[in-house]
Design a protein around this ligand. Sequence first.
Ligand code: ADP
Length: 251
Amino acid sequence: MPLYVEKKPEVLITEDGVRTDGRKPYEMRPVRMTVGILDKADGSAFIEWGGNKILAAVFGPREVHPKHLVLPDKALVRTRYNMAPFSTPERKRPGPDRRSVELSKVIREALKPAIFVENYPGSVIDIFIEVLRSDAGTRVAGVNAASLALANAGIAMRGLVAACAVGRVGDFVVCDPNHDEDMWGDADMPMAMLMEAEEITLLQTDGPMTEEQFREALKLGRNSIRFLYEMQKEALKRPYQVVERSVRGVV
Ligand code: ADP
């Protein structure tokens, strides 16, 4: 018997586009980024985004164990996305599950095009993403934090990868879906981009959209990602300092 029962809000978005948390369709939840908070890791970052609290740590380039995984001409990139048992309203069973294995893979694929893996033959770069509190959009929050942690570790990169989810609620295309919208909205579309190359490195979607809505979502996603990318650059210049945007109407 679940201890915690989710209740669907009566109205997910009003006719004039007010969402369950009071945001307008194009507004993002408040974001805070902090770089370099773990002195035992080669690189680290912490992101708070809405109710998400996510830590990323990077180790490497370092020696590969087990040895048979060595790639002679490039670095192996490993990613582990993990949700803490206390990160959800009801205790999450510790350890990997299907979802965390999938998210580890999509996050790795979102980040890898940014890394000059050929610079580090025979070594491994390990990326850990620990979700301490989850509140929808953890994969994109994880990508932003991990990208910062990689840069903080001094890994050679083509550029930073920034990420944001967009979605659809009724007739509205929305930025950064919240938990209600993630659960009961009509479509969710996490996106990541390698900004320097204007390359999309992650694009997933569930739920139907018209072609027009899809184009609008793509544009909103790109603008939102650009905004986060500017924050990332600022956070990297100021390690150990919180870089924060609470103004929501930015995109
Ligand atoms: P994302 O976090 O990238 O949006 P999902 O769409 O799979 O990934 O999950 C949406 C949200 O559902 C998560 O951010 C989290 O808040 C919640 N969630 C995921 N797994 C669990 C779980 N095991 N228990 C409770 N909530 C969960």
